[in-house]
Design a protein around this ligand. Structure first.
Ligand code: P6P
Length: 335
């Protein structure tokens, strides 16, 4: 039997990878783990408790807020604020940055961008949903309150990023820049156990993930790539398989493990793409690259895009390196 290692033990082990680590990042990851356990419990009983359905308000995205969206947002905020390791948060559910103004929080050196419950429209039909988080060192001086610029950093400056997938089992997957590691939650003992150490995405996959309902709106290069995936070329493993859950964390997680390419292009409904740069594209791009894959907006490496606003959107293509390369050939070719 493989030795059992919990998330806490792994974080402490890996903390020694950072000679100057003072434990703050480890404590912050611990608060995210705690919030994930609480949100997981609510999601698992959502079908029973009166917590399903819309809250009757819309968020800054103009999307109807589900009750669990707000529960998850408040839970992650409270858990992270309590540990005094971050001075503020940007959240999909918050119009502006949330400042933690206690003397201890002001001294904290990290900020977090998060999507507290991504894919929440799937909750009512029991499809996997997820939490996505992205951690940066603040640029402003400790001892002051955070400023917008602390959050508008390119993704390559992330200190850590990860997601929690509330699926058939609940998993926490994260990277601090030394590979991607996955932990599966055992609710009977209340711990996340190391189950996927050093996740590496296959260089070439046979899965493409895209909402083909928007096909008519896609850029020509994307349309040609989709046709490439569908061509019958058995010696190259084509046609590929189309797999699209409509929940970013679930689609990315499957492709990380099996290989594949996730595509959310710009389209007329979403001229700059649908996915948000700060708390969806950047953390997922960080993980894809840390697992040996790639992530682009079709022109630039996602992690190099300089953010201009908290909730800006971006076209997003991420996954197996060879598949991203093939897509780029179609995006850059003119015929
Ligand atoms: P569409 C969920 O609403 C989400 O933000 C992501 O989780 C998911 O990848 C995407 O939108 C799905 O969008 O337009 O295909 O329903």
């Amino acid at each position: 039997m493989k030795p059992l290692k919990t998330l806490d033990e792994f974080i402490i082990d890996r903390q020694h990878d950072f000679p100057h680590a003072t434990g703050e990042l480890s404590t912050l990851l611990g608060s995210i783990k705690l919030a994930a356990q609480i949100v997981n419990r609510e999601i698992n009983k959502a079908g029973l408790a009166d917590i399903l359905g819309s809250h009757g308000r819309t968020n800054v995205q103009g999307e109807e807020q589900q009750k669990l969206d707000l529960f998850a947002n408040e839970t992650f905020k409270a858990a992270m604020e309590a540990r005094d390791q971050i001075c503020g948060i940007a959240s999909e559910e918050e119009d502006e940055i949330v400042i933690f103004d206690s003397p201890r929080s002001r001294r904290a050196k990290y900020v977090v961008a998060m999507d507290p419950l991504d894919g929440s429209s799937n909750i009512d039909v029991n499809v996997s949903v997820g939490t996505i988080f992205s951690i940066y060192r603040r640029l402003s001086k400790p001892g002051t309150i955070p400023i917008l610029e602390d959050f508008l950093q390119p993704g390559e400056r992330q200190v850590a990023a990860g997601y929690i997938l509330y699926g058939s089992s609940t998993m926490l997957v994260y990277s601090t820049g030394n590979g991607v590691h996955g932990f599966t939650y055992d609710p009977s003992i209340g711990v996340f156990c190391l189950s996927h150490e050093q996740i590496r995405i296959p260089k070439q996959g046979k899965i493409y993930s895209i909402n083909e309902g928007n096909y008519l709106h896609f850029p020509e290069g994307v349309k040609r790539y989709i046709k490439y995936c569908q061509e019958i070329v058995p010696e190259e493993g084509r046609p590929y398989t189309s797999r699209y859950i409509g929940s970013l964390v679930a689609d990315i997680h499957r492709n990380l493990l099996k290989g594949g390419l996730f595509l959310y292009p710009s389209s007329s409904p979403y001229p700059r793409g649908k996915l948000r740069l700060l708390y969806e594209c950047n953390p997922m791009a960080f993980l894809a690259e840390q697992a040996g894959g790639r992530a682009t907006d079709g022109e630039r490496r996602i992690l190099e895009i300089p953010p201009e606003s908290l909730h800006q959107r971006s076209p997003f293509f991420a996954g197996s390196g060879s598949m991203v390369k093939m897509l780029e050939n179609y995006l850059f070719s003119s015929e």
